[in-house]
Write a protein that binds this ligand. Structure first.
Ligand SMILES: *[C@@H]1O[C@H](CO)[C@@H](O)[C@H](O)[C@H]1NC(C)=O
Ligand SMILES: *[C@@H]1O[C@H](CO)[C@@H](O)[C@H](O)[C@H]1NC(C)=O
Ligand SMILES: *[C@@H]1O[C@H](CO)[C@@H](O)[C@H](O)[C@H]1NC(C)=O
Length: 407
């Protein structure tokens, strides 16, 4: 016979009394940021548990109209407050806004903000570069006319846009800024009054930029990996690019933008992503169907190849897997690898967006709506992973971005 139970003299223990390590065990099984946010909202003790070191949650998908999805959930996620629509870029947990009077970053998770100079405020380094720009490189002779430099693109009437922003450290922000397909690397210190640009550098069709092991790398469609040597301006103490050097010689396949006999044409996009301590280049091929004259070029299929930077031999080594525990979230504005070993979710997959905002070759899509797609590297097939999150294509909805909460 069970011993007689004592009458409850004490109130039952409160939920906040669960041991911290137990709370962490629960949190480690929750990949969705939305679940962790709800967990944190219960009481201060549980909030404290969410601040302990935990595997990273899945990113959020942001749409330009201010709607967020906390993956893997397909229902919109609401941040308290508003004002997150109409961003121009994203970087990690930051949304980037570029306005005529200044740029600023907002972290919707922590509410932190950072102020940056307006894109119209750029200092040329060196300041008297204007007279000398044309005799730097022999690219000019090859094409018979001077190449584009920063002075030219900043003088254009069209709006400059930030195609990539990287918060390298608390004191250093680097951006790729351009018009159409040309871009240039600018940098500044948060709170400074102006950006700096190395005036001698030729504007390139940079595809991506990454901050990897303390260095800033950039890549164009030629697949050469460039490293920017950053130094301090002796007069102002501001950061500037002092030199750009090539560290990996690319070997781009010349087939791109050629039309094949079956009327298909491959277009490509290049991404840089750090995964498990290595720098990866992802080459994305978008196969397009070229119609009879007058019709639209239609995107029909995506393919991905992944290469690891081999700095020692200055080359890209193709890899067939990124690891069973890794998901690569690819986006033109911000890409990241996320470990899923905790969550019983299959890895070795690439989750990607259309990223069709600045295509060199313009192509259209058959479907009216778009979504997040997933490419499995092992079996080389594509699925519409999150087809319940879908939105209508169109200029104002082009810039869907991944946002990566810090914890
Ligand atoms: C950057 O340039 C300076 C001066 O030329 C040089 O001393 C330094 O080693 C360079 N750093 C890198 C990372 O290349
Ligand atoms: C596209 O999405 C809209 C809602 O965003 C929906 O009304 C429409 O039916 C969808 N179109 C197709 C072809 O699925
Ligand atoms: C933003 O777009 C999504 C996807 O089409 C839609 O579900 C949502 O209602 C839109 N939000 C606003 C505020 O218009």
């Amino acid at each position: 016979m069970a011993p007689e139970t004592q009458p409850h003299l004490q109130p039952p223990p409160s939920w906040s009394a669960i041991p911290l390590d137990l709370a962490v065990l629960v949190l480690r099984l929750l990949p969705a940021y939305a679940d962790r946010a709800r967990f944190a909202a219960v009481c201060p003790q549980w909030r404290a548990a969410t601040r302990l070191p935990l595997p990273p949650p899945h990113p959020l998908l942001a749409l330009p109209n201010g709607t967020f999805y906390s993956l893997p959930y397909t229902k919109p996620f609401r941040f308290p407050g508003c004002g997150f629509a109409g961003y121009d870029s994203a970087c990690g947990s930051w949304l980037v806004f570029s306005r005529d009077d200044g740029c600023f970053l907002v972290d919707p998770f922590s509410r932190a903000t950072v102020t940056l100079p307006a894109l119209s405020r750029v200092r040329l380094r060196p300041p008297n570069a204007v007279a000398k720009w044309s005799d730097v490189d022999d690219g000019r002779a090859k094409f018979g006319k001077p190449y584009t430099t920063w002075m030219h693109i900043s003088g254009e009437p069209h709006k400059l846009h930030i195609s990539k922003l990287i918060m390298c450290s608390q004191n250093l922000v680097a951006v790729l800024v351009g018009i159409g397909h040309t871009s240039q690397i600018l940098m500044c210190q948060p709170g400074a009054l102006s950006w700096s640009v190395r005036a001698y550098d030729r504007c390139k069709r940079f595809e991506d930029m990454a901050f990897y092991q303390g260095k800033l790398y950039a890549i164009a469609t030629d697949e050469n990996l460039l490293v920017a040597n950053i130094s301090e301006d002796h007069n102002t103490g501001n950061p500037q690019v002092s030199k750009i050097g090539k560290v990996i010689q690319g070997d781009p396949n010349p087939m791109y933008s050629a039309v094949f006999d079956d009327n298909t044409m491959p277009c490509k996009k290049i991404y840089l992503v750090e995964s498990r301590g290595t720098l990866l280049m992802v080459r994305r091929t978008i196969w397009c169907q070229v119609p009879q004259p007058g019709g639209d070029i239609m995107a029909i299929q995506n393919e991905f190849e992944v290469f690891r930077a081999d700095f020692e031999h200055s080359r890209w080594d193709e890899v067939t897997t990124v690891g069973d525990d890794q998901l690569l979230f690819l986006g033109r504005r911000c890409s990241r690898a996320v470990s899923v070993s905790q969550y019983d979710i299959p890895g070795d997959n690439i989750l990607f967006l259309d990223d069709d905002e600045e295509n060199h070759v313009q192509y259209a899509y058959e479907d009216e709506n778009t979504s997040v797609s997933e490419y499995n590297l092992r079996f080389r097939f594509i699925s519409s992973a999150l087809s319940r999150i879908s939105w209508k294509r169109g200029d104002e909805m082009r810039l869907a971005v991944w946002l990566f909460p810090q914890n």
